[in-house]
Design a protein. Structure first.
Length: 299
């Protein structure tokens, strides 16, 4: 009986070969699992960096797009009329509301003259001749010094427009419910036409820090660029005046700087601007994405 039990126990044990095969299989499964996890986390990290880059680029497009919607609203279309109507302000040196250095049609910074609504409309029709007129406005938010400046044409906040009038007015005085402004030409302000405040902004890039800059004082005699978005590696604008299409290209960087170069020396989406990535020695340490956005300048 004792020998029979020993024989049964011996039959229940694993052989050395079985153990080795089992260990080999487990090792293969573990290796495959580790490779899978490595690839998974590598892809997750890469997608996270590219998502961060896309978000940065989209923030730039959102900021620029807000001003493009009102670009040139209520302003003359002809270059000579546009310049004459803003006499006394930096904008008078621009040929149009969409401006590049040297009055070119493209560049790495963009100036935009645009109008933002006040929420107040004219209470009647006004027939204008050159001179100063007082415009009474419907009820709404007060007109105050945070929105408009008196008499100082050098400040862009001195200027207002009514879209149907099609040229700007220089504000001389205002109350909570009215604006007195000087017209340089004859024209008509329609009943219920909305008063708009004129603004001008420059969009540019600090290539050293990778910061997208917004300067709302570009047409007020000073420059005060403010960093609004980080992680931008390239910025370019092009305006097709015949079709009135403004196109913007943005190279945005991921949120991790790698020790090695991980991005190619050229990006297909950027080749419309240049065959080379700007500041490639730094930008290629990041995962990069290019956003191309176009707007029709309606005014």
């Amino acid at each position: 009986m004792f020998f029979l039990n020993r024989e049964k126990k011996r039959k229940k044990a694993f052989t050395l070969s079985e153990l080795l095969v089992t260990m080999l299989i487990l090792g293969l499964v573990a290796s495959a699992t580790l490779i899978f996890l490595f690839v998974f986390f590598e892809n997750f990290s890469q997608n996270d960096e590219l998502t961060s880059a896309r978000q940065n680029a989209e923030m730039v497009a959102t900021i620029v797009g807000k001003s493009i919607l009102g670009a040139g609203l209520g302003m003359p279309a002809a270059s000579s009329d546009f310049q004459a109507s803003f006499a006394g302000n930096t904008v008078a040196s621009w040929e149009r509301p969409i401006h590049f250095q040297g009055n070119a049609s493209e560049g790495d910074f963009l100036d935009v003259a645009y109008a933002i609504p006040s929420g107040r409309t004219a209470t009647q029709e006004y027939i204008l001749a050159p001179g100063t007129f007082t415009f009474n406005l419907t009820s709404g938010d007060s007109i105050d010094s945070s929105k408009v400046t008196k008499t100082d044409k050098a400040k862009i906040s001195n200027w207002v427009v009514f879209p149907t009038l099609a040229f700007p007015l220089s504000v001389q005085d205002f109350t909570a419910d009215s604006v007195s402004a000087t017209a340089s030409n004859a024209g008509t302000v329609s009943f219920f036409d909305e008063l708009h405040f004129v603004r001008a902004t420059r969009y540019s890039l600090n290539t050293t820090t990778g910061e997208f800059l917004v300067d709302d004082e570009v047409a007020s005699g000073t420059t005060k660029p403010v960093a609004r978005v980080e992680g931008i590696g390239g910025l370019y604008f092009r305006f097709d005046s015949s079709r009135r299409i403004l196109t913007m290209w943005v190279i945005a960087r991921g949120n991790v700087r790698h020790d090695e170069l991980i991005s190619p020396s050229s990006l297909p989406e950027w080749t419309a601007v240049s065959s080379d990535i700007p500041n490639a020695a730094e930008n290629r340490h990041f995962r990069l994405t290019v956003l191309q956005t176009s707007w029709r300048v309606r005014n």
